[in-house]
Design a protein around this ligand. Structure first.
Ligand code: AMP
Ligand code: MG
Length: 408
């Protein structure tokens, strides 16, 4: 059995980077920048008012109240034609360029206006309510580093800079098939004797979609070497990565390994982890191949530990791995020291500390306990037992909302 870390490093080292191409801003959500982005112009592009009010010379406000004459009115999107001179003010709206001569803005709340005059009731130092050109981003500054994945805030920053086609690596395409004669689709007929629903294919397609991957759905295939062979070949033609679930255990009907060695190469087989010990990595017609285990929780954990970081790597993203935090376990975790064990846990905060406890039965088929968890408690190989109330590594695979309206 290969140690998990070594297996992960081997997988990651063998992956190609996807090509860089300019992609329209809104189609680039979730993709990673292939290089740092520097600002082609300052943000804001010009010095402007942070408030609705009056642009003034602050030296005019030596003793207040003081009456100034209002010479002009500038809304956002227009530029004043006059300058502010001693004894005058220009009425200004938020976002309008600061007129020449002005060095501060007095909020409209601190004034009274009447017949072309304004009574200023407060003194303000220079720079008050003024947003300096470049105050957000200086021209030429690095605003986003290479490897960053584009979320809403990054998309906004790029739009701010007029970058309509950011340099990203293109969206990966992943071909996905589930295998197993016993499987029936959720939308299929009632279960017959010996049949179960195919949970892995929808679960994994959902996980891939959430990651921002384009899924090539190869459907559900029976335990038949010919069908499997042609599905994998088709997957390799149509996608960057080929993924299957099931058929990687030691059983007679576990055909993935046999077919894989005909079509490509089997990298390794069996990782010192639990769940997801049976896991295959290799190549099909030159494409990276991930043979995820059939047991649904194993399939999920193998996705998390191998496929997800692999796809992020191909996308050019850095970093690659889920956040880990230090928490505590409410109960003893008694695990196999020969493996890295992932315990499905629910977590909560108590007196500023994050606690965890198993979210249910830990069998690799028990999907309900996975759905009740937000984190994998990681017990590294060589550890075995973690005592109750001791520290444990929590790998947060999601970070859902956890406060209700009552906790506002
Ligand atoms: P296998 O690796 O194909 O031997 O499958 C291991 C276990 O996982 C068996 O109990 C299968 O019935 C189950 N299994 C395999 N594929 C799926 C799937 N797509 N959805 C739900 N369970 C599955
Ligand atoms: Mg099977």
């Amino acid at each position: 059995m290969k140690p998990l870390r070594q297996a992960q490093l081997e997988v990651l080292a063998s992956l190609p980077l996807l090509p860089v191409m300019p992609i329209p801003l809104l189609e680039a959500v979730g993709l990673a920048l292939a290089q740092a982005v520097t600002a082609p112009h300052p943000v804001p592009p010009f010095t402007n008012s942070a408030m609705d009010g009056y642009a003034v010379q602050s030296t005019d406000l030596g003793s207040v109240p003081v009456v100034l004459s209002v010479t002009e009115d500038v809304p956002a999107g227009r530029v004043a034609t006059k300058s502010v001179t001693p004894g005058t003010a220009i009425k200004i709206m938020t976002g309008a360029p600061l007129p020449d001569g002005a060095d501060a803005v007095v909020r409209v709340e601190d004034t009274d206006q009447q017949n072309g005059l304004v009574n200023i009731k407060v003194a303000v130092p220079p720079g008050t309510s003024v947003r300096r050109a470049g105050g957000d981003v200086e021209e030429g500054a690095e605003v986003l580093r290479g490897g960053v994945r584009l979320g809403p805030a990054e998309i906004g920053v790029l739009a701010n800079l007029g970058i309509s086609h950011p340099p990203v690596r293109r969206r990966p395409r992943v071909a996905m098939a589930s295998t197993g004669d016993e499987l029936v689709q959720a939308e299929g007929p009632p279960l017959g004797p010996g049949q179960i629903r195919d949970s892995n294919r929808p679960m994994l397609i959902a996980a891939l979609t959430e990651l921002g991957v384009e899924v090539v759905d190869l459907g559900h295939i029976p335990d038949d070497a010919d069908v499997l062979r042609s599905a994998l070949a088709q997957g390799a033609e149509r996608a960057d990565v080929v993924v299957t679930s099931g058929g990687v255990s030691m059983g007679e009907y576990d055909l993935v390994k046999a077919v894989l060695s005909e079509l490509g190469e089997v990298g390794f087989w069996q990782v010192a982890m639990q769940p997801a010990k049976p896991f295959a990595f290799g190549r099909v017609a030159g494409r990276p191949f991930f043979g995820l285990p059939g047991n649904p929780v194993s399939s999920f954990v193998a996705f998390e530990q191998f496929l997800r970081p692999a796809l992020l790597k191909m996308m050019g993203a850095t970093p690659l791995f889920r956040p880990r935090i230090q928490g505590k376990t409410r109960v003893v975790l008694d695990t196999d020291p020969a493996k890295t064990v992932f315990v499905r846990v629910r977590t909560w905060i108590e007196e500023g500390e994050r606690w965890s406890e198993p979210s249910g039965e830990q069998g690799s088929n028990v999907l309900s306990a996975l759905a009740a968890s937000d984190a994998l408690a990681v017990v590294p190989e060589g550890t075995g037992t973690v005592a109750a109330n001791e520290e444990v590594i929590l790998e947060m695979f999601r970070w859902p909302e956890e406060r209700t309206v009552d906790e506002l």
